[in-house]
Design a protein around this ligand. Structure first.
Ligand SMILES: *Cc1c(COP(=O)(O)O)cnc(C)c1O
Length: 414
């Protein structure tokens, strides 16, 4: 008998996220096995090249195999990969915390709490907000406000904030109250006395299908939170690190929240690392004697891994050295110009989306399979197609991505 191929072994032993596994394992399905990458290009086991049109699920910033990030990770590996952040500290995390708080204007965010993915960055913010009010004379504040169609991650705590039934899982009682609203007007009409915090994806809801918020939404929401003394939690897991054209989406509105959650692009898309940034006020609300129970008793084994922090520092260095943000306006304009005539087109910085209006809800999947044949990788959200390349993408690569997408749309008759 022949030795089983890697694909055979995958179909026998793996279970992939968000994946209908019967269809995945079917003999006719050919999973794409990616072997290496350079810049915006990824290669499969046969050497065929693809442009990474969704930045490896919205994480990649400076391209694959970036020489600076690679070198910094290798250098860190020569020292140590991971040490516990419970009771110990280390230079990469200290330097990264300082650089992150300095990136945000006004000096309001002073404290960095590290975890290892976007869901736990959100989970940390929610737990901090609830515990803060509980031990700082407003224990009745046990309710989070979240928006209809929001997506904040997949752990039970983060998922309970979500407004997309598909991601919610089977239960929705996670020990705190979540009030789902669909607009700023609904928030403004609320009695704030029981509200601990409002959580929102600023500017654009990602997993909902790249839905843009109205222009002044964030500014007004921030003003309401300030007036009611309710915490504002911004989920910039997707929008952080240049994705919207500025370092952080909240900068477009001149807003600095009480909690800023960052993950996907933090390490340039290299390693699992996330951070919840918060204020001195929140931090001080947790100070006390150990016996008082005011400590934030939460954390993960790989919190603030040395390797991850080193990669994040390298990514921030590349932002400066390669003047990444300065080059975005031209790329954003090019991407938008090439896609503007596509149905349902909308754009937020380096996120461009279109929606096929069809009762066939599998059309988006079919377009993406066809795009693969034209050398473009992206992932649909229903019938919404998204181009969200690494920020290092060239104008020529943007052109090739849009051409591949158009060819794929033509192939499936959409
Ligand atoms: C991806 C995402 C998350 C969850 O991050 P994970 O690292 O996948 O847990 C949360 N919020 C937003 C807006 C996201 O795009």
């Amino acid at each position: 008998m022949n030795k089983p191929s890697l694909i055979d072994l995958d179909k026998r032993h793996l279970w992939h996220p968000f994946t209908p596994m019967r269809q995945w394992c079917a003999p006719e399905h050919e999973p794409l096995l990616l072997v290496n990458g350079q810049g915006c290009t990824l290669r499969d086991q046969h050497g065929k090249e693809y442009l990474d049109g969704n930045a490896s699920i919205w994480t990649n910033i400076h391209g694959h195999c970036h020489p600076v990030i690679n070198a910094v990770i290798i250098e860190q590996l020569g020292k140590v990969a991971h040490t516990s952040f419970l009771g110990f500290t280390h230079e990469p995390a200290i330097r990264l915390a300082k650089e992150l708080v300095d990136l945000l204007p006004g000096g309001k965010l002073t404290r960095a709490f590290f975890t290892d993915n976007g869901s736990t960055a959100i989970e940390s913010a929610v737990r901090m907000a609830l515990q803060y009010w509980k031990q700082n004379s407003r224990p009745e504040r046990d309710t989070l406000i979240a928006f209809d169609r929001a997506y904040h991650g997949d752990t039970l705590g983060a998922a309970s904030l979500g407004g997309i039934p598909l991601f919610k899982g089977s239960g929705n009682d996670f020990g705190y109250r979540v009030l789902s609203v669909s607009s700023l007007d609904e928030v403004a009409a609320l009695d704030a006395s029981r509200i601990a915090a409002v959580v929102i994806e600023p500017l654009i809801q990602g997993a909902a299908g790249m839905r843009l918020w109205p222009q002044d939404m964030l500014k007004s929401l921030d003003a309401w939170c300030a007036a009611q003394d309710v915490f504002l939690i911004l989920d910039e897991v997707m929008t952080g690190f240049g994705r919207t054209g500025k370092m952080f989406a909240c900068e477009h509105a001149g807003v600095v929240p009480d909690f800023l959650c960052l993950a996907k692009g933090l390490t340039g898309g290299y390693l699992p690392l996330a951070v919840t940034l918060t204020t001195e006020r929140v931090f001080e609300g947790f100070l006390g004697e150990p016996g008082e129970g005011r400590t934030f008793f939460y954390g993960h084994s790989y919190a603030g891994s040395q390797l991850g922090c080193a990669a994040a520092l390298a990514s921030l260095r590349v932002f400066r050295d390669e003047r990444v943000l300065e080059q975005l306006p031209e790329k954003i304009a090019h991407l938008g110009g090439l896609m503007a005539d596509l149905p349902g087109f909308r754009q937020c910085g380096m996120i461009a989306a279109m929606t096929i209006d069809s009762p066939d809800l599998r059309l988006g999947v079919k377009v993406c399979l066809a795009a693969r044949r034209h050398g473009l990788l992206t992932r649909p959200i229903g019938n919404t197609l998204v181009l969200m390349p690494p920020l290092c993408v060239t104008l020529d690569e943007i052109g090739r991505m849009v051409s591949a997408l158009r060819a794929a749309l033509a192939n499936v008759g959409a």
